[in-house]
Design a protein around this ligand. Structure first.
Ligand SMILES: NC(=O)c1ccc[n+]([C@@H]2O[C@H](COP(=O)([O-])OP(=O)(O)OC[C@H]3O[C@@H](n4cnc5c(N)ncnc54)[C@H](O)[C@@H]3O)[C@@H](O)[C@H]2O)c1
Length: 429
């Protein structure tokens, strides 16, 4: 089998297939990434994945390579990126290119499954590319979460397989099903466009829940109360639940913001008003701006203020800064004239590449020294578990703004910190 694209999805997929006993070639066009993979390592931070990859690489089950073999493959899995372009549309150029590269293998009998997230309406178009046999082409969106990619690959919440051809080749469908399905996960087989819509709509729904929690948090702040018990009360309704109801100053990452815009664009292109997805994007941008304003107010204006920013990754347990709210916040604080010292357990290097003006330090102590305030921007558990008492004397004033509601309020307040938590208006007095 070949897995094309050695990102979060591609490497986790390759490991999952190799652990089932398949021989996998992992195709990556980036020479730097390929060299890292060839040395038995992976090119990003993802818990558990380095050891799982190294084990399969060491026994020769995963072989990294630069090109898709033309013959001898049973299955080609495409896991290349589908970034958003400047117009808000999802760019499928990498998928189209990879599919063209896979065409000789498909022509010689291989099945092909696209695990990249496609914008709705694009799967059928891909099936008409020269050399592609639509009956052996499938779309099976991946639902893994960065930070738990390996567990999600081993135990998927569901496996959704969509066929591009009207009459899918039964042997090819059986092969794809065997490769992706696990005994404990629900398996759904449908049309390719339906599968793409499952993925798109799932992500938009998650974004909707997060946005809802953030909106209620804003209202609670204004009322001078804490949103924590409010969301707890809401979530006990079995029709609602607690998942994805944790307020923050905005959601980010390479998937959710993109998928919200993608649904908006897909609807508008068809003349459909997309009330919800449009509102989610606007609200998310506003929630991020509002937290930056709250920081500015708390320190009495940003200009010249030394601010420690804890966290740059878009969420904990990843080094990914794509569409990270923490990175947007850093850019805003810098633009306001703050003297920023940022720290992240894993994402520092990626952050420097995106924001070369940002000072990224390697210890929390360096970040906090002489700071007028410290901002918790990513919910890394290591920040919750810091020795906050030992850190306090380093700061100019012991002010914490917790944008992720990560810290234990009673604990840090008992040490003498002034704590302002997002969604807690009682802190504002
Ligand atoms: N990251 C996630 O949590 C996640 C979860 C579910 C679905 N997805 C979707 O899966 C897809 C991949 O996401 P990712 O985050 O793993 O991407 P990524 O950007 O981390 O990695 C993509 C890799 O593909 C390589 N590549 C691109 N074109 C290639 C080609 N023709 N041949 C060989 N290699 C090629 C790139 O160099 C890169 O290393 C996207 O469509 C994304 O939306 C991502």
């Amino acid at each position: 089998m070949a897995v094309v694209g050695a990102g979060y999805v591609g490497i986790a997929t390759a490991v999952g297939l190799a652990e089932q006993g398949h021989d996998v070639v992992l195709v990556e066009r980036d020479g730097g990434r390929l060299a890292v993979l060839g040395a038995g390592r992976i090119p990003f931070h993802e818990p558990g994945l380095p050891a799982a990859y190294a084990a399969q690489h060491a026994i020769g089950r995963i072989v990294p390579t630069a090109e898709i073999p033309k013959v001898g493959l049973d299955l080609v899995v495409l896991a290349v990126g589908t970034p958003i372009d400047d117009t808000g549309s999802t760019d499928i150029a990498y998928v189209a290119h990879a599919l063209d590269q896979a065409a000789p293998a498909i022509a010689s009998g291989a099945a092909c499954v696209i695990r990249s997230t496609l914008p709705v309406g694009s799967a059928m178009r891909l099936g008409t590319r020269p050399g592609v046999v639509a009956e052996r082409l499938f779309v099976a969106p991946e639902f893994l979460r960065q930070g738990s990619a390996l567990a999600d690959i081993r135990h998927p919440s569901r496996v959704v397989i969509g066929s591009v051809g009207d009459q899918p080749d039964p042997d090819a469908l059986a092969l794809v099903t065997r490769a992706l399905a696990s005994t404990e996960s629900p398996l759904l087989v449908m049309r390719a466009e339906e599968a793409s819509l499952v993925k798109n709509a799932s992500n938009v729904f998650l974004a909707l829940r997060l946005t809802f929690a953030n909106e209620v948090a804003g209202l609670a702040e204004d009322l001078g109360v804490d949103v924590g018990p409010v969301l707890e009360g809401i979530g006990h309704d079995p029709r609602i639940g607690h998942a994805y109801m944790r307020p923050s100053y905005g959601f980010g990452g390479s998937c959710l913001p993109k998928e919200v815009r993608s649904m908006s664009t897909a609807g508008l292109e068809r003349g459909l008003p997309m009330y919800l997805s449009g509102a989610i994007s606007e609200a998310n941008a506003d929630h991020q701006r509002r937290f930056a304003r709250r920081i500015a107010e708390a320190v009495g204006g940003l200009a010249g203020k030394r601010i420690a920013l804890l966290g740059l990754a878009f969420k904990a347990d990843t080094d990914d800064v794509r569409s990270s709210p923490a990175m947007r916040l850093a850019a805003r604080l810098l633009a306001g004239g703050a003297d920023l010292r940022a720290h992240d357990p894993a994402a520092g290097m990626n952050a420097r590449r995106v924001l070369p003006d940002l000072v990224v330090v390697s210890t929390v102590e360096e970040a906090l020294r002489d700071a007028d305030a410290v901002v918790v921007a990513t919910e890394w558990p290591v920040y919750r578990d810091l020795d906050w008492a030992a850190l306090k004397p380093l700061m100019k004033q012991p002010l914490i703004l917790d944008g992720r509601r990560l810290l234990m309020p009673a604990q840090v307040r008992s040490i003498g910190y002034q704590l302002e938590r997002l969604g807690d208006g009682s802190d504002l007095g």
